[in-house]
Design a protein around this ligand. Structure first.
Ligand code: NAD
Length: 483
């Protein structure tokens, strides 16, 4: 019998027991492993009030004082890497090795990067020939609402907290109700790092109650949200009558384009990773692949062989390339798309419905699914158009560069894309015409926080990355002095 943890809200530096709870499941075994507060307006009001009280204190600290605390937070996350990786894996279902290798190091980097960047921020100034000078200041805004999803719990939440507090704001976070335990652990590290009370508050609960109470709160002038496009629309509708600053990082239906000049054996390992890492539950996963028709058959054979070799198993095992999906409902939704693909004329080459999963008895009720590869779908089929957010990749051929670009752009989303080619002219020509916020050429998920990150079209509004975060988390003020 698993011991059940009881998560508490983190408000004004204190852990506050809740009176109402939601169950949180360990996806690897399909059992409840934690109870999280079912918070609502009351808890959000307390957290916003604490963040509002902390704002004048935190915003008046010098950048080097803020950087010192943030570096301490990074050190503590690093020191607790093993425990955090195990917790995040239990919370979300991902393999422990993946949390250790990607999520947690990136969370550490988020704090170190922004701690360092505030020490090097330069304001602009101009001298006018009428005998005046202008200079700009970037002023922190106040209490930010930070709402994050379940798929990369630690990495995405810290990607919001770090720039928010670096520039002098305070915040109320609402992590996903499905992966709250990891955030609760981070709250404990914030206390140890000496972050002043109320600078970061965490209110746990579901979106419609706790999340919307943050978005609608009159003392929260800015909201940074990462999650699904449908939720993003609701948040926009709630926030716009209040004229709030909004950053929306939403869903994707990313395309990889493979041209016939590539060495397939060289590129396929990264391409398969880009389809199935984290069970395909990364907004940046390449769920559509368009392949030049001359190499289509060869590509599909090699890709399917490689996908079939990805072991699905207990997240604690180093050999498991994929762990469990986040929930039973989500697993059923993803499997439903595979069933739909058959109705839409698709052919399943490997995975769901074709191969058998083999799991140790203890894990038989977990939410596992094999990497599934489908061909034969038309560009307008629902499986090619809608975000599935699981281990499902659809592959289709293209004829010319124009055809490839048109197919990649033919969805409502515009988050990211990959281009696989060794042709320099084509690299620029194709990348520049893809309607997405990030294009990776001959690589995937290589990130630099100096660069803008975010989506076009239904994939979002606003960008994250150092310059964009200054724009979002501060208000620029111009001071004009005549002399
Ligand atoms: P979701 O939209 O269901 O939930 C995200 C967060 O919003 C959760 O904390 C949830 O409780 C909260 N929420 C839900 N309804 C709300 C409401 N009415 N008001 C306020 N908050 C509300 O998304 P999810 O299922 O947790 O995450 C998966 C989605 O996130 C996918 O679509 C994925 O593509 C997207 N995502 C995007 C990025 C990106 O950078 N663009 C990164 C990761 C995930």
């Amino acid at each position: 019998m698993t011991e059940i943890s009881t998560v508490e809200n983190f408000i004004d530096g204190e852990f506050m027991p809740a009176s109402r709870f939601l169950d949180s499941y360990d996806p690897s075994v399909g059992e409840v492993w934690a109870r999280i507060p079912a918070s609502g307006k009351h808890e959000v009001d307390l957290a916003v009030a604490a963040a509002k009280r902390a704002f004048p204190i935190w915003s008046s600290k010098s950048p080097s004082e803020r950087a010192k605390v943030m570096n301490k937070i990074a050190d503590l996350i690093e020191e607790n890497l093993d425990e955090l990786a195990k917790m995040e894996s239990k919370d979300q279902g991902k393999p422990v090795w993946l949390a250790r290798a990607v999520d947690i190091p990136r969370a550490v980097h988020n704090f170190r990067f922004y701690a360092s960047s505030i020490l090097h921020t330069r304001n602009s100034s101009t001298i006018l020939d009428v005998g005046a000078t202008n200079y700009t200041m970037h002023m922190p805004i106040g209490v930010a609402g930070l709402i994050s999803p379940w798929n990369l719990p630690l990495y995405l939440l810290t990607f919001k907290i770090a720039p928010c507090i670096a520039y002098g704001n305070t915040c109320v976070c609402k992590p996903s109700e499905m992966t709250s335990v990891t955030s609760w652990m981070i709250a404990k590290l914030l206390v140890k790092a000496g972050l002043p009370n109320g600078v970061v508050n965490m209110v746990f609960g579901d979106g419609p109650e706790a999340g919307s109470a943050i978005v609608e709160h009159p003392d929260v002038p800015l909201v940074s949200f990462t999650g699904g496009t449908e939720t993003g629309k609701k948040i926009m509708a709630l926030a716009s009558p209040l004229c709030k600053k909004l950053s929306l990082e939403l869903g994707g239906k990313n395309a990889a384009l493979v041209f016939d000049d590539v060495d397939l054996d060289e590129v396929i390992p990264t391409m398969v990773k880009s389809g199935f890492m984290n069970q395909g539950e990364i907004c940046l996963c390449m769920s559509r692949i368009f392949v030049q028709e001359s190499i289509f058959e060869n590509f599909v054979n090699k890709y399917v062989n490689s996908a079939r070799n990805m072991l699905v198993g207990p997240p604690s095992e180093a050999s498991s390339k994929l762990g469990a999906l986040i929930s039973k409902e989500h697993l059923n939704k993803v499997k439903g798309y595979v069933a739909l693909s058959v109705e839409e004329g698709g052919m399943i080459h490997c995975g769901e419905g074709v191969d058998e999963i083999c799991l140790p008895q203890k894990y038989e009720n977990g939410y596992y699914m094999l990497p599934t590869v489908i061909t034969g779908l038309g560009p307008n089929s629902r499986c090619m158009q809608e975000e599935i957010f699981g281990p499902v990749v659809c592959i289709a051929p293209f004829t010319t560069e124009e055809d490839a670009i048109e197919k990649a752009n033919s969805v409502k989303f515009g988050l990211s894309a990959c281009v696989w080619t060794n042709d320099v002219r084509r690299t620029h020509h194709v990348s520049q015409r893809l309607q997405v916020g990030t294009v990776w050429v001959n690589c995937w998920m290589v990130r630099d926080l100096n660069m803008p990150f975010g989506g076009m079209k239904a994939s979002g509004i606003g960008r994250e990355g150092v310059n964009d975060s200054i724009e979002f988390f501060t208000e620029a003020k111009c001071i004009c002095i005549k002399y």
